[in-house]
Design a binder for this molecule. Sequence first.
Ligand code: LMR
Length: 400
Amino acid sequence: MWKNVEQAPADAIFGLNDAFKKDPNPKKINLGVGVYKDNKGHTPVLKAVKAAEKILFGMEKTKSYLPIPGDPFYADNVQKLVLGETSDAYTQKRAATIHAPGGTGALRIGAELLKKFNPRAAVWVSSPTWANHKGIFGTAGFELKEYPYYDAQTKSVDMDAFFNCLTKIPSGDIVLMHACCHNPSGVDLSEDQWQQVARIAGEKNWIPFLDFAYQGFGSGVEEDRFAVEAFCGTCNDLFIASSFSKNIGLYNERTGALTIVSPTPEEARVALSHVKLTVRVCYSNPPAHGGLVVSTVLKDKELTTQWLAELDIMRKRIVATRSALVDGLAARGVKEDFSYIKKQRGMFSFSGLSDEVVTWLKENRSIYVVKGGRINVAGLTTDNMDYVCDSIAQGLTVCG
Ligand code: LMR
């Protein structure tokens, strides 16, 4: 069956992880995949999660199936977190949420559903975007289009081109946006700019689909939902893919959610009924453990406080690490000005390093950076910072 089939290319992000694992160099550093690391280079299980698991293991009585959309208590907690407890969408019960296997699972289920009910729409993604977005929506059968976003010259959003494009997107098309901590650039919109985008979405009647994988890594859990609130105020229909991989560190528990906001509770119920059909034929029902952990943390005030404090530490460490990187490069006399890295938000930085430098770093220093120059800032530590700064400075000189 496979004799005449060409080998598929490695995944842009996880392929790099595989190469990193195989690299025997003891000095190797993984700045690729978006996984938080502490200053010792570890991806810890959060204390709030450990405490929740202890409670759970004591009281868990069954491993029987969850309902197709997952545990309703989990869905309710997701809505409070993602939409806000006092939001109209939440209080008026105009949202339907399912527990999806990770943010990717949420995006894919949303894509399948949209393909069924809005088959002729195009899906617009930012230029650039997370590598998997195109794969997910392309595989679901959508025509993909790009809206201008990051300007490599100014290291910021190309506002004129961005807004100009948004106003020309046809009614009914789907526009995929990063609600905060844009992946890969780390460059976000201001609150004013989000308001403008949401206004255009409402006027032009395109459907926003928010990828909300990094809630809490921008400015905080509440602050980061600004885009969600803006679209809820202007649009009839809104899709949100959220995830607990990063903000509570449940990467391998595949704990995400798809939330669909509709104009009425009746429509939300109809949407849910169809999401259930889609889920049933994809994976039947979600894995339970991660959702139970999240629910246990969120129903306990002390654990919630502990979690938010741990999330704060993660966010603040990344901010401090950005500064250390910029200062470290400046101290080595590199002629490029990297100060824009300090302004970016979330786990990632579009470093501005060319693919030539990225390859040089991998081949000569065993430093792994995603093609395009995306660095996971959380992969930098006090111990490896000098090595990374020295290597980048040298790579820039060698590659010219
Ligand atoms: C990333 O962008 O590195 C993460 O979101 C992990 C992934 O699934 O690609």
